[in-house]
Design a protein around this ligand. Structure first.
Ligand SMILES: Nc1ncnc2c1ncn2[C@@H]1O[C@H](COP(=O)(O)OP(=O)(O)OP(=O)(O)O)[C@@H](O)[C@H]1O
Ligand SMILES: [Mg+2]
Length: 405
């Protein structure tokens, strides 16, 4: 058993003990600041729910599903990704939580990754590039990075950047991230900008950290744990309710924009950890929705070329499992000017030019299908504006749209 203090930046949150063999939180002691307990972790009569805190703590580790993680762990001589957590004191580049070894006197200002450089050893191993330094340093924000795609943090020109790979035979995710950024730029949707990096013929996306030493990213997943959801309340409404309870501004508008983007690019994986809000880590004041990030699982990324079709049935998250249904949740299209997307297919063509993974046939299919998605959304918007679609005089979609929230 090892004693730590759970910290939020320089604020002590609670005493905890970690089991050295399993790295789980084996005990939670005195709570110093209930306000700073991670969002969505229940505190009753001054006691933190240990099971919930453990889930949260485990969730900070690299998921076991991460591409290449088995080899990486072997190389690091570690049995689980949770062990890596302790090595970097749980510090992250997406929020300000960490664990301070009891009586160590370590301060946040001495160790945080926002103000201090970090080792690329873990990142390089995750990228299958081995590690140059001996002994290896395991002090890295990569230990607390989420998601299944190969990724690593790197300081580029003094900025903390996340470099993320693609998957499978098409390696399409990095291109998708860049294209999603272009679409959002044209539509005026607050977003994280991704650029393309090609190394040894493999594409990667690069984006800057949108969190600073003064902010926390809080995912929709944890926000939705702050209130009990009644069965008759939809996931969409529940998220709005939770955000409203904290007085977080602009959430409905940001969801409108997210659902529009995801409809256009047919995003299949906007799960509840792929969007959220940002709060001030010191005052705990909520600032608003996080800019849209992680849009790579889209544009038929894992489908063979022959299956690329604007009307193909693909999965949809987080509010409905069908894009045609989810788009009905959009409360207003008044902000949306789809004319700005003119030529976006040519931008996609330019982006994938020279790729060893996306040949001309695939590129043609993607461009055509993307144009069709824009047309399909144009129809939906026109239907909502006029009350009926050009080809459907009985259109009564309005009834499904929750205007009142
Ligand atoms: N630019 C950024 N700044 C700060 N934190 C980020 C940034 N990009 C991603 N993150 C954090 O890292 C996590 C993983 O990143 P991301 O979602 O892009 O990876 P992924 O592998 O595509 O995920 P998934 O498994 O959802 O496909 C995010 O959930 C978020 O918490
Ligand atoms: Mg993700």
């Amino acid at each position: 058993m090892k004693k730590y203090m759970l910290m939020h930046k320089s604020i002590p949150v609670a005493d905890i003990e970690l089991d050295e063999a399993t790295c789980v939180i084996s005990a939670v002691g005195h709570v110093y600041s209930e306000d700073h307990v991670p969002v969505g972790i229940p505190v009753k009569k001054g006691l933190i729910n240990r099971a919930a805190l453990n889930e949260w703590w485990k969730g900070r580790a690299i998921p076991a599903s991460r591409v290449g993680i088995r080899n990486a762990l072997e190389e690091l001589h570690l049995s689980t990704t949770q062990k890596l957590l302790e090595k970097c004191l749980g510090l992250s580049l997406s929020d300000q939580y960490w664990i301070c070894p009891a009586d160590s006197g370590i301060e946040w200002s001495q160790v945080n990754f926002f103000e201090h450089s970090f080792s690329e050893d873990v990142g390089n191993i995750l990228f299958g590039q081995g590690s140059a330094s001996d002994p290896m340093s395991l002090m890295s924000p990569d230990n607390t990075s989420d998601g299944w795609l190969k990724k690593k943090w790197k300081i580029i020109d003094g900025k903390r950047c996340l470099i993320k790979g693609g998957s499978g035979a098409t390696q399409q995710e990095p291109y998708n991230e860049v294209l999603a950024g272009s679409i959002m730029k044209r539509l005026g949707i607050p977003h994280v900008e991704y650029s393309l990096l090609v190394e040894d013929d493999y594409p990667y996306s690069v984006c800057e950290d949108f969190i600073t030493s003064k902010t926390d990213l809080i995912s929709a997943w944890y926000l939705m744990k702050t209130m009990k959801k009644s069965n008759h309340v939809s996931v969409y409404q529940h998220y709005l309710d939770c955000c409203n309870a904290y007085g977080i501004p602009g959430i409905k508008e940001s969801l409108d924009r997210m659902m529009v983007l995801d409809y256009l690019i047919v995003n299949e994986d906007r799960h509840q950890n792929n969007f959220g809000v940002i709060r001030n880590a010191e005052t705990l004041e909520y600032m608003g929705a996080a800019p849209i990030f992680d849009s790579g699982t889209s544009l038929w990324f894992d489908k063979p070329t022959m299956m690329i079709d604007a009307r193909a049935k693909v999965g949809c998250k987080p509010f409905k499992n069908d894009h045609e249904e989810q788009i009905k949740l959009v409360t207003s299209f008044d902000w949306l000017d789809l004319n700005t997307l003119y030529g976006i297919d040519e931008e996609l063509r330019e982006l994938v030019r020279g790729s060893l993974f996306i040949d001309e046939k695939r590129c043609d299919a993607l461009c055509r299908a993307l144009r069709n998605r824009v047309d399909m959304l144009t129809d939906i918007v026109n239907t909502k504006r006029t009350g009926y679609a050009a080809d459907d005089c009985h259109g009564d979609v309005k009834e499904d749209i929750p205007y009142s929230n």
